[in-house]
Design a protein around this ligand. Structure first.
Ligand code: XMP
Length: 510
C-alpha cells in the first residue's frame, strides 16, 4: 500500500494533515520527528513526506530539526509553515523573524506557477499563522507564491520535488488546500490512491479471520463507538470464538445497557456476556463524594469484575482492544500511549493472562472507524453516539451516589435528550446531558411545598472536546425540558442551564 509520512515537528495539525491525506485515498502515518530515523524512512518506502508546522523558530536552541540527508532520499517533500521554514533552512536558505506582527488568519495569496499550485487562480484565500518567514531562498528553489506581508509564501524546487508553503493547506479556510494536497500526492509523489475505507472493513475481516483462526478472543465491550466497531468486526472474522464481556455498572444512561445487549446479542448474534454488577459498584461507592475517588473505584472494580469473568472462560489466547489511531499516535505533545487510557480497558492486560493483543482499529481515525462500522451495518445510534465517560453517571451526580439519585438523573437526562432529538444537525450540540447537583431547594406543587434536587442541563459545541462553547439552545426547548423534568421526575424541583464554556469550566461537572 502507498503511504505518506507526516513528519511531526510539534504542530497542532499533524493529525488533521494525516486525515486530509487519507480523505484523498492515500494512507498517511504520523511520526514524531525524533522517533523515526533516516534509515527507517528509507526502509518504509514512503511515497512522500510532509513536514508539519510547529511552534518554534528554527534557530532556537533545541528547536526540532532533521538530518539534511532527508532531502537526498529522492522522496518528494512538502513543508508546511514551520516545515516550510525548516525545509528552507536545511537547504541552505535563511529565516527571519517577521517582527511582532506576523500574519494570522485569512490572507490573500498570489500564486505564480509550479505544478504544486497549478489549480490556483492568481489570487485566492489561504490561512496563515506565523511570525518567522523565509528571508533568503535556498539554491535551486523559486518563489511560487507570496502575500502582502510574506514574499516567500510558497517555494518549489521542481527538479528535486521539494516544496514549501508558509500557509496551511490542511485547514478548510485555505480555499485551494485540497487541490494543493491532491497535486502533491498524485502528480508529485505519483500516488494512485489505494486507501479505501469502504474496502477496509472487508480486508480487516479477512485478515483477522486468517490471523485469529482457532483462537479464543476476549473483548471488553462498553457500547462506545470504538469497542462496538471492534466487536462487530471481530465477530464477522471469527464468529463465536469472540467473547465480549459487557460490564453493566448501573451508571449508564436510561435504557442503554438493554440497548447494547439487544443490538449485539439479538441483532448480530454476538457471543456476549452481560454482567449485571450494579450492586457491587454501588456498595463500593457508598459514601464517596470525591470525583477522582469515584473514578478510581469504578476503574478498579471494573477490572476486578472483568477478571472474574475472564477466569471462568478458561484459556484466552487473545485480548482484543478498540484502540484507535489518536490513542497510539506518537507525538511530542504527549506521551505515546500503547494502551488506551480509558479506565475500563487500561488495566486489563496486567490482570488477564493471554498470549497476544489484537487491535484491529489502531491505524484508524475516528471517522474511519465510523465508516468501517457503517460498512459492517452497525446502527447509526451507536456509530454517532456522543462521548460518554467511562465512570458514567457517577461524574454527573454531585456528591454521594445512591440508587435513587441515579434513577432521578436517568429520567431527567432521558427527557432532555428526547427534547433535543429533533434539532437539525447543524444546531445540535456535540454533547448534551443532565447533571444532578447536590443542591436541594424549596418548590411548590399544588398547595404543597416541596423540597427537591436541582438538575442542571449541559450542552456544548466543540471540535475536539479540548475546548468547548456552551450551546445556544432555543429557549422553547429549554422550557419544555424544564417543565417536563419538574413535572415528570418526582424529586427534582428546579432546573438550571449551564452557560459555562471550557476553559475555564470542563464539560463534565466532576
Ligand atoms: P471534560 O469534563 O474533561 O471532558 O471537559 C472532556 C470529554 O471527556 C469526557 N470525559 C471522560 N471520558 N472517562 C472518559 O472515558 C472519564 O473519566 C471522563 N471524564 C470526562 C467528557 O464526557 C467529554 O466528552
Amino acid at each position: 500500500m502507498e503511504k505518506i509520512l507526516v513528519l511531526d515537528f510539534g504542530g497542532q495539525y499533524d493529525q488533521l494533515i494525516a486525515r486530509r491525506v487519507r480523505e484523498q485515498n492515500v494512507y498517511a502515518q504520523v511520526r514524531y520527528y525524533d522517533r523515526i530515523c533516516l534509515s527507517e524512512i528509507r526502509k518504509e518506502g514512503y511515497r512522500g513526506i510532509i513536514f508539519t508546522g510547529g511552534p518554534r523558530s528554527v534557530y532556537e536552541p533545541g528547536a526540532p530539526g532533521y538530518d539534511p540527508a532527508i532531502l537526498e532520499l529522492g522522496i518528494p517533500i512538502l513543508g508546511i509553515c514551520y516545515g516550510h521554514q525548516l525545509l528552507a533552512y536545511l537547504s541552505g536558505g535563511k529565516i527571519s523573524s517577521a517582527g511582532q506582527a506576523g500574519e494570522y488568519g485569512k490572507t490573500v495569496l498570489k500564486a505564480s506557477g509550479s505544478l504544486l499550485l497549478q489549480d490556483l487562480p492568481a489570487e485566492s484565500i489561504c490561512w496563515m499563522s506565523h511570525r518567522d518567514t523565509v528571508a533568503e531562498l535556498p539554491a535551486g528553489f523559486q518563489i511560487i507564491a507570496s502575500t502582502d506581508q510574506c514574499t516567500c509564501a510558497a517555494m518549489a524546487d521542481d527538479q528535486r520535488k521539494l516544496y514549501g508553503v508558509q500557509f496551511h493547506p490542511e485547514v478548510t479556510h485555505t480555499e485551494y488546500g485540497r487541490q494543493i494536497l491532491h497535486r502533491f500526492l498524485y502528480d508529485i509523489c505519483g500516488c494512485q490512491g489505494d486507501w479505501d475505507v469502504e474496502d477496509l472493513a472487508g480486508r480487516l475481516v479477512e485478515r483477522y479471520h486468517r490471523e485469529l483462526a482457532g483462537k479464543k478472543v476476549l473483548l471488553a465491550l462498553s457500547g462506545g463507538v470504538d469497542s462496538s466497531v471492534c466487536a462487530l468486526l471481530l465477530h464477522r472474522a471469527i464468529g463465536q470464538a469472540l467473547v465480549c464481556v459487557f460490564v453493566d455498572h448501573g451508571l449508564l444512561r436510561k435504557g442503554e445497557a438493554d440497548e447494547v445487549e439487544r443490538i449485539f446479542r439479538q441483532q448480530f448474534g454476538v457471543n456476549l456476556i452481560r454482567v449485571n454488577a450494579k450492586e457491587r459498584f454501588f456498595e463500593k461507592l457508598a459514601g464517596v463524594t470525591e470525583p477522582e475517588r469515584k473514578r478510581r473505584i469504578i476503574g478498579e472494580e471494573f477490572i476486578r469484575v472483568f477478571e472474574e469473568e475472564a477466569k471462568q472462560l478458561g484459556h484466552i489466547h487473545v485480548l482484543a482492544q478498540g484502540t484507535i489511531y489518536p490513542d497510539v499516535i506518537e507525538s511530542g505533545k504527549g506521551a505515546s500511549a500503547v494502551i488506551k487510557s480509558h479506565h475500563n480497558v487500561g488495566g486489563l492486560p496486567e490482570v488477564i493472562s493471554f498470549e497476544e493483543i489484537a487491535e484491529p482499529l489502531r491505524d484508524l481515525f475516528k471517522d474511519e472507524v465510523r465508516a468501517v462500522g457503517a460498512v459492517l451495518g452497525l446502527p447509526k445510534e451507536l456509530l454517532y453516539r456522543q462521548p460518554f465517560p467511562g465512570p458514567g453517571l457517577s461524574v454527573r451526580i454531585i456528591g454521594e451516589i445512591t440508587s435513587e439519585k441515579v434513577s432521578l438523573l436517568q429520567e431527567a437526562d432521558a427527557i432532555f435528550r428526547e427534547e433535543l432529538k429533533d434539532l437539525p444537525a447543524d444546531q445540535k450540540p456535540d454533547q448534551y446531558f443532565a447533571v444532578l447537583t447536590d443542591t436541594r431547594s424549596v418548590g411548590v406543587m399544588g398547595d404543597a411545598r416541596t423540597y427537591g434536587y436541582t438538575a442542571a442541563l449541559r450542552a456544548v459545541s466543540t471540535d475536539d472536546f479540548m475546548t468547548a462553547q456552551w450551546t445556544r439552545i432555543p429557549y422553547d426547548i429549554l422550557e419544555r425540558a424544564s417543565s417536563r423534568i419538574t413535572n415528570e421526575v418526582a424529586g427534582i424541583t428546579r432546573v438550571v442551564y449551564d452557560i459555562s464554556s471550557k476553559p475555564p469550566a470542563t464539560v463534565e461537572w466532576e
